[in-house]
Design a protein around this ligand. Structure first.
Ligand SMILES: NC(=O)c1ccc[n+]([C@@H]2O[C@H](COP(=O)([O-])OP(=O)(O)OC[C@H]3O[C@@H](n4cnc5c(N)ncnc54)[C@H](OP(=O)(O)O)[C@@H]3O)[C@@H](O)[C@H]2O)c1
Length: 279
């Protein structure tokens, strides 16, 4: 049995879909069973909370491997303690690209702390360190609809955004195949793009000219705050955009292809798949 936390989120939903397709036994862990209804009877649904170690102990009964997405270090501690109590022996953990850098930067600090705990736990682990997900572009939909414009900081810095589907594919491989234990994978998309390049891809796919307007860091922070994100997350994301502007994310890796045997999706492919959301 494979336990998937974060199963109703961007990566987890696609991972569950891929595990079902592969015929694997899956238990999804959620606070909101209504959100897991989309998986139908193909999965077991466990209602629990990562803040509650006891619910994790119950959810991990009979589980060998589990997929972990957390938003606090305490949640990782709870999951590791539950795994020790129940004998779950392999965790596949979503971290972030910056956690693997020397020095660690921005958001990477929290994830690095959690990675260190996992490595010290004695439970076998696969750490996935993705770069920015392509679905960040979904946050531009309202300004595209209203004024054919995306407002974003980051200057002309390049990055290699990744399709969440590719992150899920590597997670699926790590959870179902041998050879992934105690390794870390740095996951990027296949091509380097500025946010201006992304606006061009959106223009070509939607057939309407979408312009990119550069905004200040503080304005970018206000946009994240309006999304309801807590202050420490907003500050971390603003730092990410500063690093993008400085060109720190301007490289690609081969880790998706090495793991799955397929090249990661381009932003054009992601846009074609999500075109309806932009219309
Ligand atoms: N976005 C990016 O560009 C990016 C890049 C690199 C790394 N990351 C990392 O990716 C992770 C986010 O992944 P995602 O975008 O797939 O997540 P997401 O779409 O934001 O979904 C979050 C998931 O976590 C679950 N959850 C939240 N609090 C919970 C709790 N207390 N107990 C149980 N479940 C809880 C939610 O489930 P329910 O609501 O169903 O309970 C939901 O399924 C973060 O660790 C982030 O740092 C993101």
């Amino acid at each position: 049995m494979i336990l998937v936390t974060g199963a109703t989120g961007a990566i987890g939903s696609l991972l569950v879909q891929q595990l079902i397709q592969a015929g694997m036994p899956v238990r999804v862990f959620t606070r909101n069973p209504e959100k897991a209804a989309k998986f139908g009877s193909a999965v077991e649904v466990f209602v629990g909370n990562l803040d509650d170690e006891n619910s994790l102990v119950h959810a991990m009964q009979g589980v060998e491997r589990f997929f972990l997405i957390t938003s606090s270090t305490q949640q990782d501690k709870n999951a590791l303690e539950a795994a020790k109590q129940t004998g779950a022996s392999h965790v596949v953990k979503i971290s972030t690209q910056e956690a693997g850098w020397t020095p660690v930067e921005g958001h990477g600090h929290w994830h690095k702390e959690r990675e260190d705990l996992i490595r010290a736990s004695g439970i076998a682990s696969t750490i996935l360190r993705p770069t920015m997900y392509m679905n960040f572009a979904l946050s531009w939909i309202s300004s595209i609809r209203a004024e054919n414009t995306i407002y974003v900081a980051g200057g002309n810095g390049k990055l290699a955004p990744i399709d969440p589907w590719d992150v899920a594919s590597v997670a699926k491989a790590a959870l179902t195949e041998d050879g992934y234990k105690n390794l870390a994978y740095e996951l990027t998309g296949p091509e380097l793009l500025t946010f201006g390049d992304m606006a061009e891809v959106i223009s070509k796919t939607t057939g309407q000219t979408v312009r990119r307007v550069e905004i200040s860091e503080s304005k970018q922070g206000e946009i994240f705050a309006k999304m309801g994100l807590p202050k420490h997350t907003v500050d971390g994301l603003v730092e990410t955009f500063r690093l993008i502007q400085r060109g720190r994310f301007s490289y690609t890796t081969k880790d998706v292809e090495i793991s799955t045997g397929s090249k990661p999706h381009t932003f054009k492919m992601w846009m074609q798949e999500h075109l309806k959301a932009f219309q």
